[in-house]
Design a protein. Structure first.
Length: 141
């Protein structure tokens, strides 16, 4: 089993109109991050939430074209085919305080978001395709 050791925590601010997932992907690529985790909060102008159907092995995306609070974002940074991969979950609340959650997808446009990125030594944390789930999951290499 691979052992990772925390190295540092980096604050990352996602600016107005940036795509949340693309911002995290760009940050990881620019900094050569292949093993990490992230968490944060903020405000979104639009949200894109994924749901993976475990029977059909298909991902569907719910697009929320309205302002929402980003109550929580959590996820990890790993590596697949030499490229950093962002895998995360988000919970959002609308103005009626109704919560929705799912997998972070491209299309969540930010009003503002503050994310802590924890970087690990001992990586990369590799992903590979798992035919039994239909997902790219952490490898046991």
């Amino acid at each position: 089993m691979q052992k990772l050791t925390p190295r540092e925590i980096i604050p990352h601010v996602v600016r107005l109109d940036e795509d949340l997932m693309e911002s995290l992907q760009s940050f990881a690529s620019a900094n050569g991050l292949f093993a990490g985790r992230f968490s944060g909060t903020g405000l979104l102008k639009t949200a894109a939430l994924g749901f993976f159907n475990q029977v059909d092995k298909e991902l569907t995306t719910l697009k929320m074209n309205k302002m929402v609070e980003l109550v929580s974002i959590k996820g990890d940074i790993s590596e697949k085919n030499g490229v950093p991969v962002i895998s995360g979950k988000i919970i959002v609340a609308d103005q009626d305080r109704k919560l929705s959650g799912g997998a972070l997808q491209p299309g969540s446009k930010v009003f503002t978001a503050e994310i802590f990125i924890e970087v690990f030594d001992g990586g990369p944390l590799k992903r590979s395709f798992d035919p039994s789930t239909g997902l790219s999951v952490w490898s046991e290499e």
